[in-house]
Ligand binder design. Sequence first.
Ligand SMILES: Cc1ncc(COP(=O)(O)O)c(C=O)c1O
Length: 399
Amino acid sequence: MTIFDKFQPLAAARQELEQHCDNFFNIVMQEIVSGTEAVVNGRPMILAGSNNYLGLSFDSACIDAACDAARKEGTGTTGSRMANGTFSGHVALEHELADFYNRLGAIVFSTGYVANLAMLSTLVGPGEIILLDADCHASIYDGCRMGGAEVHRFRHNDPQDLEKRLHRLEKRNTTVLIVVEGLYSMLGDRAPLAEIVAVKEKYGAYLLVDEAHSMGVLGANGRGLAEETGVEGGVDFIVGTFSKSLGAIGGFCVSDHPELNLVRYASRPYVFTASSSPSVVASTRMALKILREKSELRQRLWDNADMLYHKLQDLGFSMGPEPSPIIAIRLEDKAEAFALWSGLVERGVYVNLVLPPATPDGNCLLRSSVSAAHTPEQMKRICDAFTAVRQLTAMAHTA
Ligand SMILES: Cc1ncc(COP(=O)(O)O)c(C=O)c1O
């Protein structure tokens, strides 16, 4: 018996994947050509699986801001936000985020994962209740577990199921926090936020919305699903990340609750990790400015999203429920998923292959995501690659 014996099922799954998908576990982006292209294992590839929604990871103003900050302030803060790790840039970014969302306050964390871990483990604890959508991201589940609150899942995007559970829990007379996402990360579908806010208000619960994938993507000003749905006033806490539309790394929470600041002092994931480096903070601040000023990026993103979604639908794939920059093909057959993924890689298009249990409904997913930075020519190459692999698997089915 060794300490690694429990990994045997993982080792078997890995072996199966390696047999069918060449180099699956050794994908290395050897040369990053732009926000949408890289040389991967020696092959030029269009990146159609990154969350670089506005294409800002290669924006020249963001890169200049990052380089300037590294020169002036060094490569890292080498400290926690609570000790020596709060530089003026962190404070300025918090003010800018609060201003963008029209909220009283903001807290910046080192990653989006840490933001969820921090907020969920701190806001609610033993004796209190979290009701979360079953399809929520792993960081939300981990935060819930860490805080020790009682956790109940409600059916994905089902406000009636949420209400039934709230009704049952009403007599417990304790704090309840509801947690949903704006755009769900695997299928790109939206939460029915107006109905969820109505239920939340009826039962006097709190609501946290993770807008990781909807910041910069939804809403007239890019503030996400709460803005697009017109229910910002009903959302107590918005969590987000800098690793998607803002093209960097980091996370945040904004809120109108004046007590938000107290979370800093009670939150282990805020206190016990180093703060974001000055270059990351500087590029994020610049990216936020661009997000606010250039709504045309959002338009370009949606043009690309609509185009790919409808193309894949026309090819007869089983798709996520609605167009969004996350475009997922659902596949019941693992062998078909492996063949499609490998065929796309051979044709120079990289998308993500996601397998159960990481998928919401037990199906395999080929999860693509588009960017405002994908050119019409790149979009055509992505569509052509899907057309070619579709023909291959259709032939295999009829053979
Ligand atoms: C919904 C959601 N929340 C949080 C995160 C974590 O963000 P990050 O990768 O920036 O730590 C992710 C990451 O994919 C996500 O999809």
